[in-house]
Ligand binder design. Sequence first.
Ligand code: BTN
Length: 270
Amino acid sequence: MIPVSLQKCLSQTIVSQLKYYESIGSTNDEALAWIDAEAQDFSLVIADEQTKGRGRFDRHWVTRPGSSLAFTLILKPRANERDMIPLFSPLCGIAVREAVEICLGTAVEIKWPNDVLINRKKFCGILVEASWREGDLAGVVLGIGINISRGSVPPLEFQQFPATSLEDETSRSIDRYEILKNVLLSLEHWRAKLGTSEFMKTWEDHLAFVGEQVRIEHSEKPSIIGKIKGINTQGNLVLVLDDGQEMSFEIGDVHLRPSTSTDLGGPNAG
Ligand code: BTN
């Protein structure tokens, strides 16, 4: 049964269709299947527990019952959005950042391209996937996992990047569906500004580690260390290397790490 408090929050958004599950494998998998069955734009899949939640780079994403927000929003990109698919990931980061700051009054940063951090610790992961049908874009799914209570944080040995929950970072009471509502309202707002200078500036203004040394890791190339300068007009991350040379990185198959960490790659890793 759909919780009444969830229904109430969603009635204040433009969510067109809803699927709610007490337990499911992955909300992204369900959303991808729903696109094939003609889901409408702004349809939502949400689950209290995921048993096969997926993260970026084929990692597991653990969602224990009652501990988190785990949901996937389906978008059917409009003609003018089709050249901007890579920007749907930062769109989610911008929306979660804004929603959490509105609800909890806490400073929130975005680790390029889209992890969301409080006090330099990750509390939200984002997995955006496109669905293609006969070479045509059928839809995009925006999968968002937010750690709400302490029980949602993976054990330390599985944390590559320090992880946290909203409960760990605020003394305010947290209503997870109120946060969901604000994320959805922000997604609607920033989607209309996708790729504009205001969108890019907002993303860059809240970027973590600017001016700090980081390491960019690629599965098939040597790591590169440099200081973050910002984001260019395409949304690529710009680093300044030790010799003063600038290098940019596309959103995709790269990891960004503070320059001292090592990758353990466990569940909910960064
Ligand atoms: C990451 O940081 O690696 C991305 C994690 C994305 C997790 C969310 S939870 C809701 C949605 N369903 C999934 O299976 N994954 C995403």
